[in-house]
Ligand binder design. Sequence first.
Ligand SMILES: Nc1nc2c(ncn2[C@@H]2O[C@H](COP(=O)(O)OP(=O)(O)O)[C@@H](O)[C@H]2O)c(=O)[nH]1
Ligand SMILES: [Mg+2]
Length: 393
Amino acid sequence: MVTVALAGKPNAGKSTFFAAATMADVEMANYPFTTIDPNRGMTAVRTDCPCLEREVRCGNDYCRDGIRYVPVELLDVAGLVPGAHEGRGLGNQFLDELTVADVIINVIDAAGATDAEGEPVEIGTYDPLDEVDFIVEELDHWLADIIERNWEGVERQSRSPDFDLEQALADVLTGVGATEADIATVLRELDYPTAPRAWDRADFEALGEAVRVRTKPIVIAANKADIAPMEHLEALLDLEIPVVATTAEGELALRRAADASLVSYAPGDADFEIVGEVNDQQRAGLDGLRGTMNQHSGTGVQTTMNEAIYGLLDRVTVYPVQDASKWTDGSGNVLPDAFLLPRGATPRDLAFAVHSDIGEGYLHAVDARTGREISDKYELKEGDVIKIVSTAS
Ligand SMILES: Nc1nc2c(ncn2[C@@H]2O[C@H](COP(=O)(O)OP(=O)(O)O)[C@@H](O)[C@H]2O)c(=O)[nH]1
Ligand SMILES: [Mg+2]
């Protein structure tokens, strides 16, 4: 399961984003978006379901008239303040929660309505660009500290003739989600002293930054777009990093209104329709929200999730089936499962994602659209429907 973490300073809107993104939709048969505990829940990315190509919709719990929601895990990490890596505001503990994240959504207050510590100030008086730098700096220092803390051990190992820096660093950094392959790539691109004892703080920081760039990609949710001064929003959207304008509060209001059958809205829609009896106050609120949504093609919450998974992590959605013509599993469920695999994944990787036994017994795979066998080296594409033939199935 892909894990996404919400990080940022207090009062940026992380918990509102979390509440909106993990809120269940009653129109669905079960509850794909559920809260596991207060800070950990399920949300989804949105994509086209392959059932759109067939006569009838698949009826899967995660499919809504051909809009497929593929589950991902979402974490609401408590607010970070400058100096978090030194332990300010329980910062170290909160940073440690980011170790399991595959990708980070940095929720910032684009309205500039809170200062660096998250204390309310007059709208527009704090520059949200400062928030963008601060999380990155805290992450880099935090990683540099982890490396520095473990450096004595690395130095000690380096006295052995079969010392391998890659391996030694992997031991230190697998805990934060870096694989040996990540370390190898990072070291290839980095200038550093050959002898571990010659490393200094600047080297730890350079390595920390490189590891962060590779293993903790960040998308900015420029939140409170509904009240943000235009020049603040534009400055953020002009940055050469992924930024999505969001109104977490708007998304939460819409999901609640949909829950109460007041509006017709599927998460990620650019607009909504009022379908129930609303009072004047509700109508005014919804009209205001529609104005913000028209400017940004929606509330941005679903767009941010999709940018994190399909953009930054470059995942593709693949649907394994047992019956290549009916696109069903053994019990007749159409398109029962969806997996978010890294681009470049092969049918064998899909087999292992389904189950290690299926992977071990992998024989070949069939593209269920064409009915043809596909090569073991075939790179799976978004929306592929694949039958795995395995000694284990
Ligand atoms: N105007 C506006 N306010 C928001 C938005 N999202 C959150 N807020 C408000 O910002 C305050 C802090 O939100 P919260 O989610 O608790 O922030 P957290 O500390 O980052 O978890 C609350 O009063 C929210 O209602 C938004 O999109 N627009
Ligand atoms: Mg919160």
